[in-house]
Ligand binder design. Structure first.
Ligand SMILES: Cc1cc2nc3c(=O)[nH]c(=O)nc-3n(C[C@H](O)[C@H](O)[C@H](O)COP(=O)(O)O)c2cc1C
Length: 334
């Protein structure tokens, strides 16, 4: 058990915030698969203050997802503080996270996301202002620096701590790297050693064993998992098991995978209605299918589905075929 501010976390595994992915449908699955903390996708401060229907949906937190961290992004002090107050007073989130890592031009050109990585003073000023305005614990998710010549991870993390931040998640890449190269876990370790608030390490954790390695190398309080959990919430469950008991749970069967994919879709349907949900499900289905032999043969069919039942039948039919082929191959081998 560890804590971010007053929020108790039952294990070290954290689902990373992922735009277009971490809505209540997937977050609840992540929670059911054991994640100690789930993070919501980023929401822009101005959108929160504008308060349209879609943004209000993005702020919805199901009681069963808690503890949950809700991420805001913005570059302007007044709107960031205003948005943080809305999250503080009007949502069920437990933690308010500030995005300081988003590398996309639209965000950094707005003086937000990874742009802050160049200026520890701005970080101090913005985080202080948010911390003063809210009751919930405030954390920051950052990259290690802007580019390899501007790696201010330690100064930036210390600015967060001085400003009253309750925790930091560090993705071990620079802004310029985007998702290329390898995450530098040594710099995450340096950050952990430089501050006394909790630090969550992030970047390139692709297996439960990687999670153990990152925690051992860095001494971090938690490990954040992003891409490896896409279509694969078992990654979260298997990591919790491995970190807690040292055992590696078996990989899911094709049918188990498709059953959870369909649960995911059904939850998306409840959130967004069938038409939008099934379209959104196409990318998730591709992720759930990853690693299953010959799954490329249904790729086009997945992208053509318009209905819940059509998608469900396609996925279940494929899983049946995979398992039949495996059984036949096993029988031949005997
Ligand atoms: C599809 C996608 C969406 C993302 N959206 C966000 C986001 O909204 N906020 C954020 O801080 N990071 C976001 N990230 C970055 C991840 O949280 C994480 O830092 C990154 O993927 C590295 O971790 P990984 O190697 O475990 O994937 C996103 C990543 C992906 C792949």
């Amino acid at each position: 058990m560890w804590k971010i501010g007053n929020v108790e976390l039952k294990n070290q595994v954290v689902l990373a915030p992922m735009a277009g992915v971490c809505n209540p449908a997937f977050r609840l699955i992540a929670k059911e698969f054991g994640a100690g903390l789930v993070c919501a996708e980023m929401v822009s401060d101005k959108a929160i203050l504008h308060g349209n229907k879609r943004t209000k949906e993005m702020l919805f937190v199901d009681e069963r997802e808690k503890p949950l961290s809700l991420q805001i992004v913005g570059g302007d002090r007044e709107t960031l503080v205003g948005a943080a107050k809305v999250v503080d007073q009007c949502t069920n989130a437990d933690i308010i996270d500030i995005n300081m890592g988003c590398p996309v031009p639209k965000v950094v050109n707005n003086d937000s996301g990874a742009k802050w990585l160049l200026d520890p003073n701005k970080i101090y000023e913005m985080v202080s202002a948010v911390v003063e305005a809210v009751d919930k614990p405030v954390t920051v998710k950052m990259r290690i620096g802007w580019d390899e010549d501007h790696i201010y991870a330690i100064e930036n993390a210390q600015a967060v701590e001085r400003a009253g931040g309750s925790g930091i998640a560090v993705h071990g890449r620079t802004r310029v790297q985007m998702y290329k190269g390898k995450a530098d876990w040594n710099i995450i370790r340096d950050v952990k050693q430089a501050v006394s608030i909790p630090v969550i390490g992030n970047g390139d954790v692709a297996s439960p064993e990687d999670a153990r390695k990152l925690l051992d190398l860095t001494g971090c309080d938690g490990v954040m998992i992003g891409r490896a959990a896409l279509g694969n919430p078992w990654m979260l469950y298997r990591t919790v098991e491995y970190l807690t008991h040292g055992t590696l749970a078996p990989d899911p069967t094709a049918s188990e995978k498709m059953r959870i994919a369909i649960l995911h879709m059904d939850r998306l349907v409840s959130l967004r209605g069938e038409s939008v949900a099934v379209r959104e499900m196409r990318k998730h289905a591709a992720w759930y299918l990853k690693g299953l032999r010959n799954s490329n043969i249904i790729k086009d069919a997945v992208n053509e589905q318009e209905t819940r039942d059509g998608m469900a039948n396609l996925l279940l039919g494929f899983a049946e075929q995979v398992e039949k082929n495996e059984a036949e191959a096993d029988a031949k081998a005997v």
